[in-house]
Ligand binder design. Structure first.
Ligand code: UGB
Length: 432
């Protein structure tokens, strides 16, 4: 093999001077050419790296701007893990509103029995988001991943269905609260109408289409005075915008069932209460005020008639949700087209034993061992209805729904949780 020295100084005598000069010149050019090629390559690589980095930063920035905190391989892996059932024939359930009161409870129940759960929640500030974050942490400790995002985000929904073939969607994300609709009507339209339609659009296009169980409300019975409320009763007299959006939800879901073959089950929840509940609800805010020695406002109906609610304990509601998921048939559509009629159901999930608001206060006083400072006023015309009372025969027969917790027991459990979560501040309270 010839080495570099042989190349530059050939062994043939006579030609050596000229050839040597040519050889040096050729080699010099070759060397120069290869150095400049290398230099050009280096420049090219630097330019490539720089443009790749700036493209990455553009993607990151736009991803932050357009769809907050989702996307990427790690994120997808978390979604898949969380959705993975841990029992035979288990479900993969997308739970919207998973950091909410009912959503967090049902997610945990599903996970405990071995179903896969992925949560979706926008952590809005309708009430203290730190409570929602605490629920998220609880779910996280049970390996349930919650995506921070909005049901109005169609790209996010499409991505979720792309990553996981969800068998069921438990749709609980909503703008709740009856009286808040006076203050912020647009938020009800945004979540309960537009958000619902966006979610249904994603479900109809998903392959396979999931079966959907979603939260309607006892408020759809509005001003009805025939009790107990049965699913066949009229629901065309809503007393609040909240009720009207839930009623609209029932009609909208019917349309998607009819056109696209989505399997739909609507659950009319009756004033759900319990540990990890919603701070905007009466039993919760009364507890806070009673413990802080602040007055509570108790509404009273016409002719001094007490208001009453069919208060329903969270564990019973969870069983109702599981019963609905377990009896839901598959959706029948594919590629956005219905192949045959799909299941469409609506059930009351109540307790069937209404309690008046003054009685609710008396139970709280007993459990808290503190007397409430009551301020009784005429019910303002802000969306409230005088009473609710569920007929649950249909849910009992078809979902195996059987509530077992009365208000006395349920509030005892709530108070125990409240004191352990928030602690007890005896400043200014008066013992019974
Ligand atoms: O079943 C439902 O579909 C709804 O249930 C719940 O609504 P409501 O039954 O109205 O519960 P909640 O606010 O606890 O008021 C309870 C009672 O206390 C009275 N009430 C209320 C506040 C107050 O300051 N004083 C008072 O007397 C009030 O007049 C009422 O008589 C959910 O919030 C709602 O999101 C929806 O899910």
């Amino acid at each position: 093999m010839r080495n570099l020295e042989d190349e530059l100084f050939p062994s043939t005598p006579g030609k050596v001077k000229i050839e040597r000069a040519h050889a040096i010149s050729r080699q010099f050019h070759r060397c120069f050419a290869s150095t400049s090629t290398m230099f050009l390559w280096a420049l090219f690589l630097i330019a490539l790296t720089a443009s790749y980095l700036s493209f990455q930063s553009f993607v990151d920035t736009s991803s932050k701007y357009f769809h907050a905190s989702w996307g990427g391989m790690h994120w997808e892996r978390q979604i898949r893990n969380s959705a993975q059932p841990r029992r035979q024939n288990g479900y993969s359930v997308l739970v919207t509103g998973a950091s909410g009161f009912v959503g967090s409870h049902v997610s945990l129940a599903l996970r405990r029995r071995g179903d896969g759960v992925v949560g979706l929640d926008n952590f809005n500030s309708y009430y203290d988001p730190s409570l929602k974050k605490a629920r998220k942490a609880l779910l996280s400790s049970h390996s349930i991943f919650i995506v921070e995002g909005d049901i109005n985000d169609s790209r996010l929904l499409a991505k979720l269905f792309d990553v996981v073939p969800f068998t069921h969607v438990l749709h609980l994300a909503a703008q709740a609260g009856v009286r808040y609709a006076i203050e912020n009507p647009a938020s009800y339209v945004h979540s309960n109408i537009a958000g619902l339609v966006t979610l249904l659009e994603a479900c109809k296009s998903a392959d396979p289409q999931p079966a959907i169980v979603w939260a309607s409300s006892s408020s759809v019975y509005g001003l009805n005075d025939k009790v107990p409320f049965s699913e066949l009763d009229r629901t065309d007299q809503p007393a609040s915008l909240y009720a009207a959006t839930k009623k609209a939800g029932e009609e909208i879901t019917h349309t998607y069932n009819h056109i696209y073959g989505l399997s739909i089950t609507g659950l009319r929840f009756f004033t759900v209460y319990g540990p990890w509940g919603r701070p905007d609800m009466a039993y919760f805010s009364f507890t806070r005020n009673i413990l802080q020695g602040k007055p509570i406002t108790v509404y009273r109906g016409k002719d001094h008639v007490d208001l009453a609610r069919d208060f329903t304990y969270i564990d019973d509601i969870v069983k109702g949700c599981l019963g609905a998921l377990d009896t839901a048939e598959k959706s029948t559509g594919t590629g956005g087209k219905k192949r045959r009629p799909a299941q469409y159901r609506i059930y009351n999930l109540g307790n069937t034993s209404p309690v008046t608001v003054p009685n609710l206060v008396a139970i709280l006083e007993r459990h808290l061992k503190v007397k409430a400072k009551k301020n009784v006023v005429e019910m303002p015309g802000n969306g409230d209805v005088p009473f609710t009372h569920a007929n649950i025969s249909l849910a009992r027969a078809e979902l195996g729904y059987k509530p077992t917790t009365n208000l006395e027991t349920g509030l005892k459990k709530f108070v125990k949780w409240y004191l352990s979560y928030y602690g007890y501040n005896p400043r200014g309270v008066r013992n019974l």
